[in-house]
Design a protein around this ligand. Structure first.
Ligand code: HEM
Length: 426
């Protein structure tokens, strides 16, 4: 079973005409049928929540043909829902309320075919959100649906024991050898240092005894201090992770010490070193920090707080900035090519002449942002908020963005998605 994308797109176009009322009616229907769910939203600003829900639906429908972009966003959304106290059984009432609302707004266009298309889509969305939440899709929600938009075809199941036996028998010798060596390496890192030192000394002594005294190797190994040299070398290797840990600890201390400090060159170096060492910078709090020219290419900065920070000319290409707070950040001339900026807050950010080509900006808030002269070629702006965004002279060639999203943006001299140059009507 595959999703009926055309039906989804066409029916959603009709709903989009009454977008605001649709979202309000959805919550009305949800709470009317399930008053017990209302307390989940007691601290929620419902007006902004309605907009968020709608944006996420726009995002889903617009990217339904682009599962690579959609999958991580939905998994992350599902993971965030765990924090809102959402358990799998709540997905069913939400699905029912959504279907009732669609029926209400589509009226005669709510055919069995449209209903099935949305039911399948919701099942696929739920499966991914629950996967992100660390739970497999509940059978109560999924029921008879056996495939999702993005899931691979399910293989016929073999009995578990048979699978296991075939695995063992079919394993060639080099795989067994590989497994043993992996086990030995794991044991090397887990075992206490004193034990490794003794084992190294014993093994070395055995080799010395076995090797012919008159051979070149025998002479080299025979030197008195060879044992201590070998043991020292083994210990040096064994303690590498501890040294790395210590380095990470020191680097994080530098970053923490610079909290609330505007200018800290040490923090820039520490962040770059941590990133180079593959350490995640997720949730970093560096609001207001001066980070001009910093190189954080490929960094994991999801959920980072970089509000009002100065990232002028920074290299953030391929960085993960999903859900990051970059409001009022200075990002002019920054390299954000192929960066992930889904749901990021970029209100009033200065992205003048920034490189955002191939960036994923789905549902990002770019209201009042300065994107004059920015390169947004092949970027994805579905569901993004571009209210009063400045895009004069920007390159929007092949950018995924709708006219509605651009309706209140300033676009003088911009290269539009189809390659044409924007000219104002007056
Ligand atoms: C199709 C499935 C769903 C979609 C697309 C969706 C979408 C969203 C979005 C976009 C947000 C805004 C916050 C964020 O991005 O993390 C949100 C928040 C929230 N959602 Fe959902 N949601 C879904 C399912 C559910 C379900 C099943 C429940 C359970 C009743 C639920 C309850 C909530 C609550 C309580 C919040 C937090 C509001 C706050 O910020 O206080 N959602 N949802």
């Amino acid at each position: 079973m595959t999703l009926n994308i055309e039906v989804l797109e066409q029916s959603f176009e009709k709903v989009k005409l009454h977008a605001d009322e649709f979202a309000a009616s959805f919550y009305e229907n949800l709470f009317k049928a399930n008053p017990e769910l209302k307390p989940l939203f007691t601290k929620t600003d419902m007006k902004s929540q309605e907009k968020k829900l709608l944006n996420s639906l726009v995002l889903i429908v617009e990217n339904i043909r682009n599962p690579e972009a959609l999958e991580p966003v939905l998994k992350a959304l599902g993971a965030r829902h765990v924090g809102y106290g959402i358990i799998p059984k709540y997905y069913r009432p939400v699905r029912e309320a959504l279907l009732v609302t669609f029926e209400q707004y589509l009226q005669q266009h709510w055919t069995p075919e449209v209903k099935k298309a949305w039911l399948d889509a919701f099942t696929a969305i739920t499966a991914l959100m629950l996967k992100g939440a660390g739970k497999e899709s509940s059978p109560k929600v999924d029921q008879a649906q056996n495939s999702t938009i993005l899931a691979k075809p399910v293989q016929a199941e073999q009995p578990v024991t048979l699978q296991f036996q075939t695995k063992i028998l079919a394993q060639p010798f080099n795989q067994v050898f590989k497994q043993i060596s992996h086990k030995l390496i794991d044991a090397f890192w887990i075992a206490p240092t004193w034990l490794i030192a003794i084992v190294a000394a014993v093994l070395f002594t055995i080799v010395v005894v076995i090797v012919d005294d008159n051979s070149v190797l025998g002479e080299a190994l025979g030197a008195a201090d060879s044992v201590s040299l070998v043991v020292a070398l083994v210990l040096f290797i064994k303690e590498t992770p501890d040294r790395r840990k210590q380095f990470h600890y020191q680097a994080w201390s530098t970053v923490d010490a610079a909290h609330n400090v505007k200018v800290s060159y040490a923090r820039i170096l520490a962040l770059q070193d941590l990133n180079e060492d593959g350490v995640s910078l997720r949730g970093l709090d560096a609001s207001g920090a001066e980070l001009v020219d910093i190189n954080l290419s490929q960094a994991n900065l999801s959920k980072a707080n970089l509000m009002e920070s100065d990232l002028t000319n920074a290299n953030l290409s391929y960085a993960n900035l999903d859900n990051a707070n970059l409001s009022q950040a200075k990002l002019s001339g920054a390299n954000l090519s192929s960066a992930k900026l889904g749901f990021a807050n970029l209100t009033q950010a200065n992205l003048n002449s920034a490189n955002l080509s191939h960036a994923n900006l789905i549902c990002a808030d770019l209201s009042n942002a300065n994107l004059n002269g920015a390169n947004l070629k092949d970027a994805n702006l579905s569901g993004a908020n571009l209210e009063r965004a400045y895009l004069n002279g920007a390159n929007l060639k092949n950018t995924k963005v709708s006219n509605a999203e651009l309706s209140s943006a300033f676009l003088e001299g911009a290269i539009m998605s189809d390659g044409s140059k924007y000219r104002s009507q007056n």
